[in-house]
Design a binder for this molecule. Structure first.
Ligand code: NAP
Ligand code: MG
Length: 457
C-alpha cells in the first residue's frame, strides 16, 4: 500500500503517516454507497434531518480538536481553523432543515395534476483541495447528504486529516456506514476514478482550473454532472470617495488570509489615481501590523504556506520571474523550519504581467491605478477568472453600478466578505460552473422529475 507522510507546514515535522487508498478500495466504497443509497433516500425526511443535526452537534463537541488538527496539518492559524470547523457545524445545521423543505411544484395543467419531485442523484463524489479542507468538504457533503445522496469524498493528499476525522464523527452521530466515506488518496488515482466510475453520478470539484477542465472533459463521456469551483484573481477596487483609512486597513488580510491560499483572495488592488499615493502610505502602515508566525498562537494572523512546493511556486512569481517585478514593500516572516513567505506588495508594469494575470495562491498582491468608473470595471474584468471582488466607495449608486459591472460571482461593498453558508457562492468565467451554499444548493444535488397524474374518469 502506498503511504503519505502528513507534514506540519510550520515545523516540517511529520504529523502522521497515512495509507493511501487505491482504485480497488475506491470501487468498494462506491459499491457500498450504491448499496446503502435506497435506505438513506427512503429515510423519513425528519429523521434524515435529525441525523444531520446530530452530526452538526458532534462536530461542535469536537471543534477545538478539529481546529488543532488543521493547524498541524495545513498550517492554518488557530483562529481561522476554529472558524473552519465552526463552518462545517453551521453548514450541517443549515442543511439539516433541507430534507423537510425539499419542495417540488404543483403546476396547473389540463386533465389532471402535475407535480415535480427533486430526486437525489445517487452516489455523489466530492474532491477537495488543500487550502480549506474542512469548509469545502462540508459545502459538498452536507447538501448532498441532505438531498438523499450518498457521498464519497477525496481530501487533498496533503491535507486529509480533518476530513478523515469528520467521517468518524458522522458515524458517531449515527449516520449509517457507507453513506459518507472519506477516501484519502491521490487525485490521479481516486479523483480520476470518481470521474470514470459509472455509478458516481456527480463530481463536485474544487481546485485548480486546469484539473477542473480535465474533470469536465472526462465527465462528458457519461454526461456526469459537475460543479466546479476553480481559481480566482479578484479585484479590490478603491474609489477616491471611499473611506480610505478603512479600505487600507482591510486590504492586508484581504489577500493574506490563509497565507493567500484562498481562491477569493483580493490579489489585484485597483486604486483611483488621485488617491493612489495616499492609499499606498496607509496600506504600508497597515501591513506593518500583520502578525506572521506560529499558527497555533491566538494572536497570529498569517501562518506558513502549505508545502515547500507551493512556496517555490509563489517565489517564482516574484524572485524567479523572467519579467522584472517591482516590489513596493514587504512584511516579515519567520526564518528556519517551516514554509514561510513574507507578505509582498508588487507594482506590475503592465496588465499583462504574469503576477497580475495568474493566480499566485500565496501572500502576494499587485496594486495599480485606474482613472474612472469605466476604467475600474474594464481593469477588474481583464482576467480569465471571475470569482470575487470588492468595491470601496461612499456612493451607493456607484457601488451598485460597479457590482453589476464586475463579472464575478461574489462581490462585497466596503468589506471583503465572500462566503456565508446561507448565500450562494461560485464563479463566472474560468472560476467555475455552478453554485454552492445558500438556499438553492440542493438543486445541484438533485434531478427534477415531472409527474402527470390523469384525473380523467
Ligand atoms: P489541484 O491539483 O486542482 O487539486 C485539487 C484536488 O483535485 C485535490 O484533491 C487533488 O488531489 C485533486 N486532483 C488532482 N488531479 C486530479 C485529477 N486528475 N482528477 C481528479 N482529481 C484530481 O490543485 P493543487 O495542485 O492542490 O493546487 C494547484 C493550484 O490550484 C494552486 O496553486 C491554486 O492556484 C489552485 N487552487 C485553487 C483552489 C480553489 O479553491 N479554487 C484550491 C486549491 C488550489 P491531490 O491533492 O491528491 O493531487
Ligand atoms: Mg495538483
Amino acid at each position: 500500500m502506498t503511504t503519505h507522510d502528513v507534514i506540519n507546514p510550520a515545523t516540517e515535522e511529520t504529523v502522521r503517516t497515512i495509507d493511501l487508498v487505491g482504485v480497488e478500495e475506491t470501487d468498494e466504497a462506491v459499491a457500498r454507497a450504491v448499496e446503502v443509497g435506497p435506505q438513506w433516500r427512503a429515510m423519513a425526511p425528519a429523521d434524515r434531518g435529525r441525523l444531520l443535526r446530530r452530526f452538526s452537534d458532534v462536530v461542535d463537541d469536537h471543534l477545538e480538536e478539529l481546529a488543532r488538527l488543521e493547524v498541524q496539518n495545513a498550517g492554518h492559524t488557530i483562529g481561522n481553523a476554529r472558524w473552519e470547523a465552526g463552518n462545517v457545524r453551521d453548514v450541517l445545521a443549515y442543511y439539516s432543515a433541507a430534507p423537510e423543505r425539499l419542495l417540488g411544484q404543483q403546476i396547473p395543467v389540463a386533465g389532471g395534476i402535475n407535480v415535480t419531485f427533486k430526486e437525489p442523484l445517487g452516489v455523489v463524489s466530492v474532491i477537495v483541495p488543500w487550502n480549506f479542507p474542512m469548509p469545502i468538504a462540508g459545502w459538498g457533503f452536507a447538501p448532498a447528504l441532505a438531498a438523499g445522496n450518498t457521498v464519497v469524498l477525496k481530501p487533498a493528499e496533503l491535507t486529509p486529516l480533518t476530513a478523515m476525522r469528520l467521517a468518524e464523527l458522522a458515524l458517531d452521530a449515527g449516520v449509517p456506514e457507507g453513506v459518507f466515506t472519506v477516501l484519502p488518496g491521490k487525485g490521479s488515482v481516486v479523483g480520476e476514478r470518481f470521474v470514470t466510475h459509472p455509478d458516481v453520478r456527480k463530481v463536485c470539484f474544487t481546485g485548480s482550473t486546469a484539473v477542473g477542465q480535465g474533470i469536465m472533459r472526462g465527465a462528458a463521456d457519461q454526461l456526469k454532472r459537475v460543479t466546479l469551483e476553480l481559481g480566482g484573481k479578484s479585484a479590490n477596487i478603491v474609489f477616491a470617495d471611499a473611506d480610505l483609512e478603512a479600505a487600507a486597513a482591510a486590504a492586508p488580510m484581504s489577500f493574506l488570509d490563509n497565507a493567500g491560499q484562498d481562491c477569493c483572495a483580493r490579489t489585484r488592488i485597483l486604486v483611483q489615481r488621485e488617491v493612489f499615493n495616499d492609499f499606498m502610505g496607509r496600506f504600508e502602515s497597515a501591513m506593518r501590523d500583520v502578525r506572521v508566525g506560529d499558527p497555533g498562537d491566538d494572536a497570529t494572523q498569517m501562518g506558513p504556506l502549505v508545502s515547500d512546493r507551493q512556496r517555490e511556486t509563489v517565489r517564482g512569481f516574484v524572485e524567479g520571474s523572467e519579467e522584472p517585478v517591482d516590489v513596493a514593500f514587504r512584511g516579515t516572516a519567520p526564518e528556519g523550519a517551516g514554509w514561510w513567505y513574507p507578505p509582498t506588495v508588487v507594482l506590475p508594469r503592465s496588465t499583462s504581467d504574469r503576477v497580475w494575470q495568474d493566480e499566485v495562491f500565496g501572500p502576494v498582491v499587485g496594486v495599480m491605478p485606474f482613472d474612472d468608473e469605466a476604467d475600474a470595471i474594464a481593469k477588474a474584468n481583464d482576467t480569465a477568472y471571475g470569482l470575487s471582488g470588492s468595491i470601496w466607495t461612499r456612493d451607493v449608486g456607484r457601488a451598485i453600478r460597479v457590482s453589476r459591472g464586475v463579472e464575478a460571482g461574489n462581490l462585497s461593498v466596503n468589506s471583503h466578505s465572500s462566503v456565508r453558508y446561507s448565500t450562494p457562492f461560485g464563479g463566472f468565467k474560468s472560476s467555475g460552473i455552478g453554485r454552492e451554499l445558500g438556499p438553492d444548493a440542493l438543486d445541484a444535488f438533485t434531478e427534477v422529475k415531472n409527474v402527470f397524474i390523469s384525473t380523467e374518469p
